[in-house]
Design a protein around this ligand. Sequence first.
Ligand SMILES: Cc1ncc(C[n+]2csc(CCOP(=O)(O)OP(=O)(O)O)c2C)c(N)n1
Ligand SMILES: [Mg+2]
Length: 584
Amino acid sequence: MNVAEFILSIIQKLGTDTVFTIVGGMAMHINRAVGESDMQVIYCNHEQAAAAAADGYAKAKEHNIAGLVVVTAGPGVMNTVNSVASAYYDSVPMFILAGQVKTADINKFGVRSRGVTETPHLELLSPITKCAFRYIPERVSDEVLAQNMAQALAGRKGPIFIDIPLDIQPQQVKDAETRLATIMKGIHAMIEAEAALTGDAAAQITAELARASRPAVVIGNGLRIAGVSRERILKLIENIGAPALFTSASLDLVEFEHDLNFGCAGGLASTHANKVMQSADLLIFFGTRLDLLTTAFNPQNYGKNAKRLVIECDQKEIDKNTEMKNTVFFRENVANVVKALEVNIPRTGSVVEWLDSCRALRAADRREEHKAFASEKLTTYQMGDILAKSPVGHYLVPTASGFGIECVARFYKPQKGASFAWAGHVLGSMGLGLPCAIGAAAALHRRVVCLEGDGGILLNVQELFTLAANPQLKLTLVIMSNGGYQSIARGQVKAFGKEFGATAASGRCDVRFDLLAALVGMSYIKCETIAQFKEALAQEEKFGRRLIEVVLEDDGYRGPSVTTKFDAQGKPYSTDISDVTWDR
Ligand SMILES: Cc1ncc(C[n+]2csc(CCOP(=O)(O)OP(=O)(O)O)c2C)c(N)n1
Ligand SMILES: [Mg+2]
């Protein structure tokens, strides 16, 4: 076994069975190890896409298994940067295994460029990975190797970058099997040690719940990342018996129709979720970072009338919000808190009236939503609704840029058994949808629906050729066709009265998606009405894959959201998250 095979075999032993890659000279022995392994290999057409596919793969594996991307030195590594940063922010376990120029060529002179295709990988990748290291056996002990690799899956998960110089990759590894066994033991020990992080959150939750009269729980995506299954999340909610609120990353964790699902609170939210949040006297945040987008740029205001108990494993995420009043932070593994609450099921006081008032708010809100958005037109609202109800929409990968966010974060109502994973949730990069969906399809071996914009798709349009080369991947590509960068055009027109580079009128090119589909051997259908889109999705299982172009209409109405108002002195301020209405 050589060094390339040795490192690959550690990753395989951690459960990863698929590689997303583009080959190259400086990674040639790693490429061979991959090609001769028994792993599923998807040869992509851009490294940004390969890394995004690894991200989609790990998300489809519920963050329990790491994605793997293999790239060559220099340009190969640099092309991954956008997707690696995205994976880091989304806490996605991932290995980026890269070639590097041979050790003799590595730049030790401080010149701009020395080795052929060489770049300072470690310096570039360090800020956006949990660990970036060069593997040279004499310099990296097996213990350190285990520690570095374990970090992908230990504690708050994330990407690990490893480069191996060209001359090191083919070197034979002595006692490989015995060493591998010890390394795997070390990795598992570290993952377990980090997972043990626990404290007295469960006891305090129990005590506070007994006292509270208007409690609510906030179910964050951290629960999924920590490996808590949907069944156990549901049990947690039902055991506590209080209204459950979600975030845009976690809203698929419990079906929309569940009696305790009170939606997603925040800046762009249905009004009842925000009212529940702002009227609660106790809020328990399970695995949410309380970031700016979730909290409508104001964590202090988010549940301001409640005592807040926040369970978070990352000390830095706690420190950023320590100015929040009436809030207790617990640095614990949220999975352990859930486990402890399964043993000692907390009793809420009598919350019947509170629950009834929340239910009344929700019912009124749903009626209002229906009235406000009812339309014959095919809008983002209608799309979200149709996609959620469709039999093919059970695993959805939506783009996290443009109106795709609105379509899913606000209007997707997950049915039983449905789930989604945002393509680049925190970073919000255009172009990650299609490659992420390819990764998810490779992980799940079943149909994945990808929701992309007509602008965003072009950033990784070459991945349609990756699909063409991999007929086993089942994928439905739904393109929201609205004549370009509509979300950007809207902002520009509002601010400047005109738009720049966002539509064909100002220099972009509209795409003929029928021709594009034909080029890559995909079936194609264009939907211009609600009925056509419903019918297209109903027929979808007949197709291995299809490009569905949905011509969107925008009536300009965005629904309730926090707005900017001006006080008596003319100073601007943001309205409270509970101060939102359905008024047009
Ligand atoms: C890589 C990258 N470049 C630029 C942006 C800025 N941006 C955000 S949304 C958007 C337009 C997206 O267009 P499209 O996918 O068609 O979605 P729409 O706004 O039309 O719904 C742009 C340019 C971004 N998010 N990511
Ligand atoms: Mg568009």
